[in-house]
Ligand binder design. Structure first.
Ligand code: GLC
Length: 430
């Protein structure tokens, strides 16, 4: 059945993921405690010195809106257990960090709402700070886990977790998405989760009836089934989208990084170009999904220059091409993508968008589209593109030639590759 709650979400198509926390200080991956086996004691220095003196979430929110993003998902707490909000249940929070002393989450929520974006909270089930959270094989303190776990009681941690979720869903107004992650701890003997996902989901929905919950709250749905609103594959845009057993699209969102990590990683160099990112976004929407693009702000509270450059590039493209992204989805069956092109389709407007990943000089053949097109234009400037029909196909004439009188001999002006990251042709359908 269609999930009407998710309507805004599937129309939005583009969101901003933010991974921010103490790990932005070592700046060597958000899993730094795990990777370098940093002890609780040694990690404390980051808590004591964390000072986001340049933090101005209004700037973040403006960048997100200008890039055409319609919602954010912010890490309220990642695996290291550090909380960006004023949690009454722990001292390990931004409010208690001596150089910070601010409810960073409150400021982020206010700033993004003011720009008209919807709000999603990421919450990590795994918590490497909490004394009752089990020592599993990825825990940073994984020395002698059997002995250590004897002294740990996950039911106490569960109480903490549901208490925190209650805080998040009670004190920050309407929350649109709860995005779980870090579903690692060992299972109970019957294979179910220690935290009873089904009941937790019930509580969440009673606090925020319209909320969307992703699929990462339970390890195995057989034991603690709950209604999943969003599937969230990461790092690879699925080639064919995600469909259920009947072949229907499910609501899905691919999350992607700007570079190889989620938290700020100073020396990581595999940054995607603006063009890579635009193509990825198109790829997600053309396969019926959303793209949640991550940024890891620095510990001073800024998007670093590389991230800013990417957002500026996205904004430049989205200014002219938001129409081929927002409200769009997979193209109808009869529209088969030509080589080097991706289609997206807006069913409400009945318009089909041809994204030219490689610019086809002179002519572009669109198989099976004869009789379907009323008008064609280049989206960036809405200049007309003439076309002819050849049997089943439509052939777009990518040049400005008009039928000149036979007396005139002028060179045929070929249409230049438009000066945009990925050119888009808008087809207004009959
Ligand atoms: C991966 C990363 C984790 C990040 C998540 C976002 O699982 O390990 O740090 O939060 O992706 O989906």
């Amino acid at each position: 059945m269609e999930n009407l709650k998710a309507d805004w979400f599937t129309r939005a198509r583009f969101g901003m993921f933010i991974h921010w926390g103490l790990y932005s200080m070592p700046a060597r991956h958000e899993w730094i405690r795990h990777i370098e086996k940093i002890s609780q004691e040694d990690y404390k220095k980051y808590f004591e010195l964390f000072d986001p003196d340049l933090f101005n979430p209004k700037e973040w929110a403006k960048m997100a809106r200008e890039a055409g993003m319609k919602y954010i998902v912010i890490t309220t707490k990642h695996h290291d257990g550090f909380c960006l909000w004023n949690s009454k249940l722990t001292d390990f929070s931004a409010v208690k960090a001596p150089e910070c002393k601010r409810d960073l989450l409150r400021e982020i929520v206010d700033a993004f709402r003011a720009e008209g974006l919807n709000i999603g909270f990421y919450y990590s089930i795994a918590d490497w700070h909490h004394p009752e959270f089990p020592i599993d094989k990825i825990h940073p303190d994984r020395i002698d886990p059997v002995e250590q776990n004897k002294k740990r009681d996950i039911s106490k941690y569960n109480k903490y977790m549901s208490g925190q979720i209650r805080e998040l869903l009670t004190n920050y107004g309407k929350i649109d998405i709860l995005w779980f992650d870090g579903c690692f701890p060992v299972e109970q003997e019957d294979g179910s989760d220690h935290w009873d996902a089904a009941n937790l989901a019930k509580m969440i929905r009673s606090l925020q009836p319209g909320i969307l919950i992703n699929e990462r709250l339970a390890k195995r749905m057989t034991f603690t089934p709950y209604e999943i609103d969003i599937k969230t594959p990461e790092q690879k845009p699925p080639e064919k989208g995600i469909r259920d057993d009947n072949g229907n699209l499910v609501v899905w969102e691919g999350c992607q990084t700007l570079s190889g990590a989620w938290g700020y990683f100073r020396d990581e160099l595999t940054w995607k170009s603006v063009e890579d990112l635009v193509i990825m976004l198109i790829q997600h929407v053309s396969r019926g999904g959303n793209m949640l693009l991550n940024v890891g702000p620095t510990s001073r509270g800024e998007f670093d220059y590389r991230a800013q450059e990417r957002f500026e590039g996205l904004a430049a493209w989205m200014k002219y091409h938001g129409r081929s992204i927002h409200g769009c989805t997979v193209s109808p069956e009869w529209a088969k993508e030509p080589e080097n092109c991706r289609y997206t389709y807006n069913p409400a407007a009945n318009r089909l968008y041809v994204h030219c990943l490689v610019w086809p000089y002179s002519l572009l053949r669109l198989p099976g589209l004869a009789g379907k097109i009323k008008y064609a234009q280049l989206l960036s400037d809405c200049s007309e593109i003439k076309f002819i029909e050849e049997e089943d196909d439509v052939v777009l004439k990518l040049h400005g030639r008009t039928e000149l009188s036979s007396m005139l001999r002028v060179p045929r002006p070929v249409m230049m590759r438009p000066n945009v990251t990925v050119p888009v042709i808008e087809l207004i359908l009959n």
